[in-house]
Write a new protein. Structure first.
Lengths: 544, 321
């Protein structure tokens, strides 16, 4: 860490440029160990991947616009669904949350930087290479992986070169995630300013602490599963090959032992974000702070014992199906507590509806709708109908797009003034919000109907009975995709062109240490630990 | 090809207790919406603007539909309370209306209530789900056994046991030629023009359907030859994975003659969308006639088939390697 004389800190308010940033583009961005720069890198990377993955979704929706094959071959369609999922999960959602963690956790706990800054640099810079490997497969002979992001053998092993490339890129993503998680845990446990007790931390920090433990627990499991695929393909092993004494279903058990906690890795930080935004714009402390923390911890624990609900139709014994059904249904309880607490936080508050709040409210409503279909999916007999249909596609897009992605967008609007020092255009933020929230529902809501009517997922063509809702869904998809260009426009305008300076508090009701820093946050902040005023921490009453 | 004498719009309509009228696809979508939601009309096969799950034709599929609707109503109730509270809060407690924020942030009583109430609701859902699941798992005492094998991208059906005899009848069932022509990239053919009888059967029709008798408990044993597939006919209420090296078993008993369509439901490669399933349920006498003609056509010696009682004793719980 560059030593900065704490005495000059107050001057940052006025002379934001004199804060010892490295000079030169490469030096600044390639070699940076600064948590704010690395956070920015993660967020820009994530946004780029969001558009690459999104353009693949546009190809998918274009082919599904009407029955009959019009645009692409089925092989390419399968490539698009596979790559879309891998890029959105590992390239867009997860790096966005890590970027937010980098920017915010040190500022929220009064630390000068992340605990392991050089590792921080490395865990980011692995990612572009991992995704270069992954995306380059599209241009190789035989194309990219076509077996779905879940990579079930034996199908996934039918690929050509892409099997090895995909597995190595997943290894790299895993290394990056594990290092990021270690860094976050080390930061939160070791770098809190005196007085920031664990149960005084903002919920966002809590959500990331728990998420980081999930990452460390399950990313090695994914690495193990794909390594077994690799040896089955190239080294003659038969882990998943029945003819050699292996078991293709074992892969699914191992994969989903990773995969279900992974789902919560993508939603717990979103819970944290929403728990920051709602109290700010309700001007009222978060309801049931401790219950919120314990709910996140319970969800994280339960996430390890529900994996087989992704595979109710593989032919598990009755006892197994019952266990996984009950365990899955239990998740609704802590999740319900969170939703009820958010609503109660709004109750008798003094609400305003700036863009971050709009995204947070949309999150609560639409994520809950995703939760409802989740409860239905937990009921095994009903799941025998829903499994692998568009009902499932609608379910997980409600929790991942209107859940995780909306939380990330809300977070961007909420903290962008703190990061850039400028206010974004509220008018264009709201235009972005309303377009997103309307079109995302036009896009995904009809998919419930399609699934219930009997349309399987991962198909490029379908019976004419499914034509109407598919066309509506595609129109929603194109317009939702186009609406995200507004998002980029608002960000670029805010960072580079906005004339409206942000105050240090930015939002009237904002509490927490990051708002005690000037806007933009100086390059080096909290080089001496701040003096903690318990009332300005988290959101007020942290004793309950 | 399926004889057009069979009513495609499902004879189930007449028999299903909850269906009072037929909703034709010609009706305005809004009417269809209302009718579907209100009466749960039994659509055996996908129809335009269909909103809800089919209640199907078997007692199991009907119970699954009931469970599905129970789950839906529970969610609707919770949604009404939660979203209602949110909209009231957004309406009443606006800063622009001069709302002054309260500063309370805790209530043990409330938090206990909304931990306990969801648990009770979950028990209400779990109870019928458990009973139903136990019944679905009971593949014992089947009158006949059909072995289904998934291939890229077609199904093989073997009538391994009927009347305690291996019938010797087995055949491949794959996408019908008309759908197959139409589905080629840039074929220029209209999917809406592909019909089986008066049903628009694009990608939901096969060259040779699985013919089964009504009123008979049929055990299915499923496996696959190459990659994992899943056999799914919504009207029967379930799907089951067909996995190479593993034998799964499940069962159905169809009360009503009709044509019930489905598709492969597990990604199995490039033509995953193009391996449909058609089950044609016929009266028992007609089935036996059909079986005999199949045996004659394949030159199967009835006596030889009789001697072979080798319907494999399919395990009630599938083996997990």
């Amino acid at each position: 860490m560059a030593a900065v004389n704490p005495a000059i800190q107050p001057a940052h308010d006025i002379h934001g440029e004199h804060d010892h940033k490295p000079h030169g583009f490469l030096h600044r961005w390639l070699f940076t160990t600064n948590h704010k720069d690395i956070g920015t890198l993660y967020l820009v990377f994530s946004l780029t991947m969001f558009f690459i993955g999104g353009s693949m979704a546009m190809i998918i929706r274009a082919e599904l616009f009407q029955p009959g094959m019009q645009l692409v071959q089925p092989e390419f369609f399968n490539e698009m669904t596979t790559m879309h999922a891998l890029i959105m999960i590992f390239g867009a959602i997860m790096p966005a949350f890590v970027g937010l963690a980098n920017w915010l956790i040190p500022m929220m706990i009064g630390a000068p930087d992340m605990a392991l800054p050089r590792m921080n640099n490395w865990s980011f810079w692995i990612l572009p290479f991992a995704f270069f490997l992954l995306i380059s497969e599209i241009f190789m002979p035989g194309g990219g992986p076509q077996g779905g992001w879940t990579m079930y053998p034996p199908l996934a092993l039918e690929g050509g070169y892409n099997v090895a490339f995909m597995i190595f890129s997943i290894h790299l993503m895993g290394i990056s995630s594990i290092m990021g998680a270690i860094n976050i845990i080390a930061t939160i446990l070791n770098m809190r300013a005196p007085g920031v007790d664990l149960l005084k931390m903002p919920v966002f920090v809590w959500s990331w602490l728990i998420t980081a433990f999930l990452l460390i627990a399950v990313m090695p499991v994914l690495a193990g599963a794909v390594t077994m695929l690799l040896t089955d393909k190239y080294f003659g092993t038969s882990f998943f090959n029945a003819a050699g004494g292996g078991d293709p279903v074992m892969y699914q058990h191992i994969f989903w032992f990773f995969g279900h906690p992974e789902v919560y890795i993508m939603i717990l930080p979103a819970f944290g974000i929403v728990s920051e935004i709602i109290p700010t714009f309700a001007r009222k402390p978060l309801f049931g702070y401790q219950a919120m923390v314990y709910a996140i911890a319970s969800i994280a624990f339960l996430s390890f014992i529900v994996w087989a609900h992704h595979m109710f139709t593989v032919g598990m014994p009755l006892g197994g199906e019952l266990f996984f059904m009950y365990a899955t249904m239990l998740i609704a309880v802590p999740t319900g507590v969170k939703v009820f607490n958010w609503v109660t936080t709004m109750w008798k508050g003094s609400l305003t509806f700036e863009t971050p709040m709009l995204f947070a409210i949309a999150f609560v409503i639409l994520f809950t709708i995703g939760g409802f279909s989740g409860v239905s999916l937990a009921l095994v007999p009903a799941d025998f109908q829903y499994q692998d249909t568009y009902f499932v596609v609608a379910h997980f897009h409600y929790v991942l797009v209107t859940g995780a992605a909306f939380a990330i967008m809300g977070a961007t609007y909420y903290w962008l003034p703190k990061w850039s020092g400028n206010m974004y255009s509220e008018k264009w933020g709201k235009i972005h919000f309303w377009n997103s929230v309307i079109w995302v529902n036009v896009l995904f809501f009809p998919q419930h109907f399609l699934g219930l009517a009997g349309m399987p997922r991962r198909i490029p063509d379908y019976n004419v009975a499914f034509a109407d809702f598919n066309m509506i869904s595609s129109i929603g998809g194109f317009l939702f995709g186009a609406s995200q260009l507004i998002f980029v426009g608002v960000i670029i305008h805010c960072v580079f062109f906005s004339k409206q300076r942000a105050t240090s508090r930015v939002w009237e009701g904002a509490r927490g240490l990051e708002w005690t820093l000037p806007s933009p946050a100086p390059y080096h902040s909290f080089t001496t630990p701040p003096v903690i005023d318990a009332n300005s921490l988290a959101h007020g009453d942290v004793t309950h | 090809m399926i004889p057009s004498g069979v009513s495609h719009a499902s004879a189930a309509l007449a028999r299903s207790p909850s269906s009072r009228r037929r909703v034709s696809s010609a009706f305005a979508p809004v009417l269809a919406v209302i009718a579907l939601l209100a009466s749960g009309v039994a659509l055996a096969n996908p129809e335009p603007w269909q909103l809800n799950l089919t209640p199907g034709v078997t007692s199991i599929s009907q119970r699954i539909w009931n469970l599905h609707m129970l789950g839906f109503y529970v969610c609707l109730g919770i949604g009404a309370v939660v979203f209602g509270a949110m909209f009231i809060a957004m309406w009443k407690f606006r800063k622009s209306k001069g709302a002054v924020p309260e500063q309370w942030s805790h209530s043990t009583k409330l938090e206990t209530v909304w931990t306990i109430v969801p648990i009770l609701l979950l028990i209400i859902l779990a109870w019928p789900a458990t009973k139903l699941l136990i019944d679905m798992a009971d593949t014992e005492n089947a009158d006949m056994t059909i072995k289904i094998t998934g291939y890229q991208w077609k199904w093989r059906y073997e009538y391994v046991d009927y009347g305690n005899k291996n019938t010797g009848v087995n055949f491949i069932s794959s996408l019908d030629a008309e759908s197959n022509r139409t589905r080629q990239l840039g074929s220029g053919l209209d999917p809406a023009a592909v019909k089986d009888g008066d049903y628009q059967s694009y990608l939901l029709n096969v060259d040779k359907p699985l013919v089964v008798p009504v009123g008979v408990k049929i055990r299915f044993v499923l496996t696959a030859d190459d990659v994992i597939h899943a056999w799914w006919v919504p009207s029967l209420g379930w799907k089951q994975d067909a996995i190479p090296g593993i034998i799964n078993s499940t069962w159905t008993e169809i009360p009503t003659p009709g044509v019930y369509r489905g598709q492969c439901a597990e990604l199995c490669g490039k033509d995953h969308a193009f391996m449909p399933i058609v089950v044609k349920a016929v009266p028992k006498a007609e089935f036996e006639q059909w079986l005999a003609s199949e045996q004659a056509a394949e030159g199967i010696n009835q006596a030889a088939a009789t001697a072979d009682t080798a319907a494999p004793a399919a395990p009630t719980t599938p083996p997990q390697g």
